[in-house]
Structure formats: structure tokens, C-alpha cells
Ligand binder design. Structure first.
Ligand code: IPE
Ligand code: IPE
Ligand code: MG
Length: 228
């Protein structure tokens, strides 16, 4: 496949629409989430193929705890299954796993799986896969500001240096699927000058080709950063 001209290095995705995908087919929401995991797998392969430095995916927000207990538990179960089934492929493909958000609030078994996965891929130097877990921008910025204050200076630079994304390249492109046109508490700081891309495709239907389309549109955009 051809590479876009000015290529994005860091892409983030709000993976939305699993529930509606299932509803359209009169299937349980859990099936939508399962198919969503398959879309994640395709996406990670696409990210490598298109040479992204970093891919950040919104998997569970600080607000998603409000969902029924059964759905939260389905999502946790899928996350565990995904780590167990896909960690080796990611590790062998030089993917570096990162977590943004306060994942330590999850149950002990999930935290252990996550930390083992982080350790397993820590020595890799290829594409970074940053998974947002129990992530909310407002929480992230508040935590970063508190740490910046402790270090002695609340400035934009010092807050930025304490964000969960501090080790990631600047965000180039933020994609949201499912037709919703909002950020839902995702990467608010980092999106200050990111390009935004909204598509009606529901997350379980998202393919590497859809990612390619978004990257191509990105490469045609003119980023001015307030200058002229
Ligand atoms: C996104 O799909 C997955 C998560 C939020 C974890 P949704 O479950 O939000 O699907 P819709 O928005 O109800 O269709
Ligand atoms: C955003 O989707 C969170 C994730 C994709 C993990 P939501 O479905 O939770 O967002 P809202 O409720 O439509 O804003
Ligand atoms: Mg949703």
C-alpha cells in the first residue's frame, strides 16, 4: 500500500459504536465488544504496516464505570483475554505497550496481567501501543498539575511533562468512529493542535483500510498552529 505524503506519527482512536453494531444485528452488546477486539487486532497490525510511531486507543474511560456491572465485567474479561491471546504476537512484532490512565484501580488480576505485559514489551523499540484504561483527561490533567506543583512549577510545560502521555510523540490525528462528534474526556490537552477525523463507521467494522483513508486525509491537511 502507498504511504501518505506527510505521514502521521501518533494517531489516537476513540473506538466507539460496539453497542450499536450489536443492536443493529439484534445481538448482545458483549458480542459487539468481542468484535471490537478483533478490530483492535486489525488496527494494531495496520499501525505497524503504516509505520506509525504511536497508536493510542481509548478502551475504558473514567466514566465507563457507570455502565451496568455485567457490561463492565464483560469488558474486563475481554481485556484479560486480549492480553493473554495477543501479547506474544505484539512482543514479537516489536510493539511497546504503554498504559495511560489509572489502571491500578482495576482488580488485582487485571493489574498483574497488565504489568507483566508492560514488562514483556519494555525492551521493544517499534510502534508504541498506548491503551487508555480508566482514563479521563480531566483526571489526567489534575494528576499532572498536582505533580507539577510538587515539583515546584505549574506551567504548561511542567504539566505536559507530567501527563500520562509524556513519553509519546505529539498527537497528530484523533479519530472517532460511530458518528458521535465529541471527545468524551479523551486527550483534551494533547488534542490542542491535533487534526480531528470523525467517521460514521461503527468500531467493529473499522479496518486497516479505514485507517489508511484517515491517514491519507491527514496528509492533505494544512496544519498552521496559529501562524500563517
Ligand atoms: C465503545 O462502544 C466501547 C467502549 C466504550 C468500551 P460502546 O459500548 O460505547 O458502543 P455504543 O456507543 O453504545 O454503540
Ligand atoms: C468513549 O465512548 C469511551 C471509549 C470509547 C472507551 P463512550 O461511548 O463511553 O462515550 P459517550 O458516552 O458516547 O460520550
Ligand atoms: Mg459509545
Amino acid at each position: 500500500m502507498n504511504m501518505p505524503a506527510a505521514s502521521a506519527k501518533h494517531v489516537a482512536i476513540i473506538m466507539d459504536g460496539n453497542g450499536r453494531w450489536a443492536k443493529k444485528r439484534m445481538l448482545p452488546r458483549a458480542v459487539g465488544h468481542q468484535r471490537g477486539v478483533e478490530a483492535v487486532r486489525r488496527l494494531v497490525r495496520g499501525a505497524r504496516e503504516f509505520g506509525l510511531e504511536a497508536l493510542t486507543i481509548y478502551a475504558f474511560s473514567t466514566e465507563n464505570w457507570q455502565r451496568p456491572e455485567e457490561e463492565v465485567s464483560d469488558l474486563m474479561g475481554l481485556m484479560k483475554k486480549f492480553i493473554i491471546s495477543d501479547l506474544e504476537e505484539m512482543a514479537e512484532n516489536d510493539i511497546r505497550l504503554r498504559i495511560i490512565g489509572d489502571y491500578k484501580a482495576f482488580s488485582a488480576d487485571v493489574v498483574k496481567l497488565i504489568e507483566d505485559a508492560l514488562a514483556r514489551t519494555a525492551g521493544n523499540s517499534g510502534t508504541i501501543l498506548a491503551v487508555a484504561l480508566n482514563y479521563g483527561s480531566l483526571d489526567e490533567i489534575a494528576r499532572a498539575a498536582a505533580r507539577a506543583a510538587q515539583a515546584g512549577a505549574i506551567t504548561a510545560d511542567s504539566i505536559e511533562a507530567h501527563l500520562d502521555t509524556a513519553e509519546l510523540p505529539p498527537l497528530d490525528l484523533l479519530i472517532r468512529t460511530s458518528g458521535e462528534v465529541r471527545l468524551s474526556n479523551f486527550l483534551l490537552w494533547q488534542a490542542a493542535y491535533a487534526e480531528l477525523y470523525f467517521t460514521d463507521v461503527l468500531w467493529p467494522d473499522f479496518t486497516a483500510d479505514h485507517l489508511k483513508q484517515a491517514l491519507e486525509e491527514f496528509s492533505g491537511r494544512e496544519r498552521r498552529y496559529g501562524g500563517r
